[in-house]
Design a protein around this ligand. Structure first.
Ligand SMILES: CC(C)=CCNc1ncnc2c1ncn2[C@@H]1O[C@H](COP(=O)(O)O)[C@@H](O)[C@H]1O
Ligand SMILES: [Zn+2]
Length: 326
């Protein structure tokens, strides 16, 4: 029975909208990187949080620093990107939006121009603006490859107010915005500001609703614009912003009929994949395979690729009979 469920979720066509490139590096790719750089003395325990383990948010962000050390040349990034895309595809992901923070590595000569675009809030307003300009260039020159801007990074560092001009500029030049919002408690003010832009999607939104210290006004804003939420169960539980799977805010938004998209966040760091996340949501909240099908299908409407939506819906329709005959 468990095996059958595994197969269903693996075969379920899925859309992945919230995946950080360097958080998505699998164990096998980490091993290849470690072999390239033995002098760093990095072991896998330093790049992933295994099943049953929990870390503080701060400890989780340390993990990214280790991975960044391992991924510091163009060759590394090309390999990582290819492996990550191949792994998502093998897991039944039919449409993937990957995000990554432009990084400059003086030692290896890597430039920022080879990346999809994320703003790390840690780097402040100036870098945010520079990143938006890069993103705009990419959007115009890559024929639809760059579709938007992500705001991420340690949520306890900096304030969104300083990044508003950059984010506004991004929005005005046609980049779609996916913002990590209310990932930690006590960010209602910042979320209020950022929701006024408004973003096109929200990452996590863990503490938006009143029951967890957010407010009705925040919820009303999200509802008014029908802004989809990208929800990452394992990430939030392992990073300890959510106390247990059953307490995850997925239920709050899902029950309200609000667009909610299940995502992985960092499949490598959190040792998961999108099939597991769908299965986890189904078992935790007692949802049927039919419910999960609908959830994955509705995610298509939350992508930043308007020209592909029809094609994706068609694909889902074609695949449906193969799934429900299992
Ligand atoms: C620590 C934790 C619980 C992680 C999950 N929540 C996250 N919140 C904010 N930013 C993130 C998160 N996971 C990954 N990132 C961002 O993604 C980066 C890694 O991917 P990349 O280098 O952009 O390709 C991190 O340095 C960080 O800026
Ligand atoms: Zn994230």
């Amino acid at each position: 029975m468990e095996k059958e469920a595994d197969l269903f979720y693996r075969q379920l066509p899925k859309v992945e909208l919230h995946a950080h490139l360097n958080g998505s590096v699998s164990l096998s790719t980490i091993e290849k990187l470690v072999a390239r750089k033995p002098h760093l003395n990095i072991e896998h325990g330093m790049t992933a949080i295994r099943s049953g383990q929990r870390r503080t948010l701060d400890e989780c962000f340390q993990v990214f620093k280790v991975i960044h050390q391992l991924v510091d040349t163009e060759e590394d990034i090309l390999m990582v990107a290819k492996d990550v895309i191949r792994e998502f595809a093998a897991d039944g992901v039919k449409y993937l939006e990957l995000r990554s923070t432009p990084r400059k590595e003086k030692t290896t000569g890597m430039t920022k121009r080879r990346f999809l675009v994320a703003v790390d809030r840690r780097n402040g307003a100036e870098v945010a603006m520079e990143t938006v300009k890069l993103a705009e260039d990419f959007m115009l020159s890559t024929d639809g490859l760059v579709v938007g801007l992500d705001l991420s990074g340690d949520p306890t560092v900096g304030h969104g107010r300083d990044l508003l001009p950059a984010l506004q500029k991004a929005k005005n030049c046609g980049l779609k915005l996916s913002l990590h919002l209310s990932e930690v408690p006590s960010q209602a003010d910042e979320s209020e500001l950022l929701l006024n832009i408004p973003p096109d999607r929200i990452g996590h939104g863990t503490f938006l609703h009143p029951e967890v210290g957010g407010s009705q006004s925040l919820v009303d804003k999200v509802r008014k614009h029908n802004t989809p939420l990208e929800l990452c169960l394992t990430s939030n539980v392992k990073g300890q912003t959510v106390s247990s799977y059953s307490q995850h805010h997925f239920l709050y938004w899902y029950q309200m009929g609000h667009p909610s998209v299940i995502c992985t966040d960092d499949k490598g760091v959190f040792c998961t994949d999108l099939s597991k996340e769908y299965q986890l949501a189904a078992s935790t909240f007692n949802l049927s395979q039919e419910d999960m099908w609908t959830l994955s299908q509705k995610a298509i409407d939350c992508t930043f690729a308007p020209d592909l939506k029809q094609q994706l819906h068609q694909k889902w329709l074609e695949l449906r009979p193969t799934l429900f005959q299992l």
